[in-house]
Design a protein around this ligand. Structure first.
Ligand code: ZN
Ligand code: ZN
Length: 168
């Protein structure tokens, strides 16, 4: 389900990211590096912020379908999560700190949710982690874990799969 992204799209992503990280560093008097960007976000989620990895994962399908609108919305949203984590630690995901970063630091409106058409990506999977890699569990398996009916182990390293920690 990964879509090949045109180079121009990836360049537009990096341009946008650079713009906002520069704004943030100027405003906050910091020198945060550009976060790592990957395009392996699956399912109906547009993007996620991986706080300790300083990484933004983007949904390549939704990005390809929505182009610049996606970039302008999702990049500042996820970057704000990373900045909040650095500045304030673990706080409410879309709380006052996040809204402050969005509006004051990055100068964009703090709408919490994206509204992209997700019809094409509806076979949702959930990322889980063992000690060695990321596993994608189906909705059915994910629900079994939530209801504590099953647990799953990695065939390679043998450790228990745990839901991956991230913020949408
Ligand atoms: Zn493993
Ligand atoms: Zn969010």
């Amino acid at each position: 389900m990964t879509t090949r992204l045109p180079i121009a799209t990836q360049q537009a992503v990096m341009r946008c990211l650079r713009h906002y990280i520069d704004l943030a560093n100027n405003y906050l008097h910091t020198s945060y590096p550009e976060p790592k960007v990957s395009y392996r976000q699956r399912g109906t989620t547009a993007g996620t912020a991986h706080l300790t990895q300083w990484e933004i994962r983007l949904n390549s399908v939704l990005l390809a379908e929505n182009g610049q609108t996606f970039i302008d919305e999702v990049i500042p949203h996820e970057l704000a999560h990373l900045l909040v984590y650095k500045q304030f630690g673990r706080v409410a995901p879309h709380g006052s700190e996040w809204q402050w970063v969005m509006e004051q630091v990055l100068g964009v409106s703090a709408s919490r949710t994206h509204c992209f058409d997700v019809l094409s990506v509806q076979g949702k999977t959930f990322p889980y982690q063992c000690e060695c890699q990321t596993h994608l569990l189906t909705v059915r398996r994910h629900n079994k874990v939530l209801r504590k009916e099953s647990e799953y182990r990695c065939k390679k390293c043998g450790t228990l799969l745990k839901p991956e920690e991230h913020l949408d």
